[in-house]
Design a protein around this ligand. Structure first.
Ligand code: AVJ
Length: 334
């Protein structure tokens, strides 16, 4: 029973979930990535405070249509998405970030049921605290139980409590950052949590004209370039390195066959960089690339195939007017 007078802070709980497997540290990952051929850095390291702010700026760019398209879908079709499931429902969101788009679904759920539990999961404690805090302020019938955790640890633990129906949200084309085989493995883990009647809401960017894709990841104002290069700034600061950031160029490549939109930092000259904290020097040839991100694009057929490989099936899909982005309801395959 949830009285409308319950104070916001009493409807908010933040739990820090211990890691179930020891993940490599930033230093270890950077050392391994520069030791690999081709050199690589994991895109999860983009999101320090500056990187998160730059990503927010990216979502406002004319070329970066993804966030606007997904928001339009949730604004227009949120009512249908919520009604496609049994009620009462509770929401779990993997990588919730600012949770701005989630508000459309929360509002729709609160139209068909009197109270709602929302469990956002994010590795950024600050993002979680501020988004969860403003949500419980906005909606007196909302309870938020936020988890500071990486996806794998939360999926490993019995932490996620549940009522009748659970909708797990994995939005924003975050699935695109996983290699296709890893994406299937992650969806399989989510599928294991789902009971009949539950759903996984998956926001996936669609394959489209290569020019539109390339521009979305290499904008005219250079915000995405700054976002990519911020990785080197972060390595300089946290690992006492001496990267000359201007000595690297942001480059992108679209591989039509796989739908992979790959981003790189390309060395403008032959150079050596010291990584003080690691006690190593890294050599770069002129034109040598560091792979920093893959953002995979999917066709509807690809999404159906990925779902099937994970033991799920696509029950419904919703699109923006330009059919650039998709929001898909996946359910357990029977
Ligand atoms: C936040 C992972 C969805 O892949 O489109 C934006 C990150 N990278 N511009 C994406 C990103 C370059 C974004 N995701």
């Amino acid at each position: 029973m949830l009285a409308a007078t319950t104070a916001p802070m009493e409807r908010l709980q933040i739990v820090t979930v211990p890691q179930t497997l020891r993940l490599p540290s930033f230093a270890e990952d950077v050392a391994a990535g520069f030791g690999a051929r081709p050199k690589r850095l994991n895109s999860k390291y983009f999101y320090d405070a500056v990187g998160s702010a730059l990503f927010d700026a990216i979502t406002q760019l004319p070329e970066y249509y993804l966030t606007r398209a997904e928001t339009a879908i949730l604004r227009e079709w949120g009512w249908e998405i919520v009604r496609a499931l049994g009620n009462p429902v509770e929401f779990v969101e993997l990588g919730s970030g600012s949770a701005a788009k989630t508000r459309f679904l929360i509002e729709e759920a609160l139209r068909v049921q009197r109270a709602l539990r929302y469990s956002p999961i994010d590795i950024s404690a600050e993002a979680l605290r501020s988004s969860a805090g403003s949500l419980v302020e906005s909606y007196p019938a909302l309870r938020v139980c936020g988890y500071v955790a990486d996806y794998l640890s939360i999926l490993d633990t019995p932490h996620l409590r549940r009522s009748e129906t659970m909708l797990v949200m994995f939005m924003g084309s975050n699935i695109g950052n996983y290699e296709p085989a890893e994406a299937v493995a992650l969806l399989r883990r989510v599928a294991a949590l789902l009971k009949p009647g539950d759903g996984l809401l998956l926001g996936a960017d669609l394959k489209k004209d290569r020019r539109d894709l390339m521009l979305a990841y290499d904008d005219a104002a250079g915000v995405t370039a700054a976002f990519n290069k911020n990785l080197l700034v972060r390595i300089n600061r946290e690992l006492q390195a001496d990267f000359d950031v201007k000595g690297f160029e942001h480059t992108v490549e679209y591989e039509e066959k796989t739908g992979g939109l790959h981003s790189y930092l390309t060395s403008r000259s032959e150079q050596d960089v010291a990584l003080g904290a690691l006690g190593i020097h890294v050599h770069f040839e002129s034109g040598e690339r560091i792979h920093t991100e893959s953002a995979y694009k999917y066709s509807l057929q690809d999404i159906a195939q990925m779902a099937r490989a994970a033991g799920l099936s696509v029950s419904r899909s919703w699109f923006d007017g330009g059919r650039r982005f998709s929001v898909n309801l996946l359910v357990r395959a029977s």
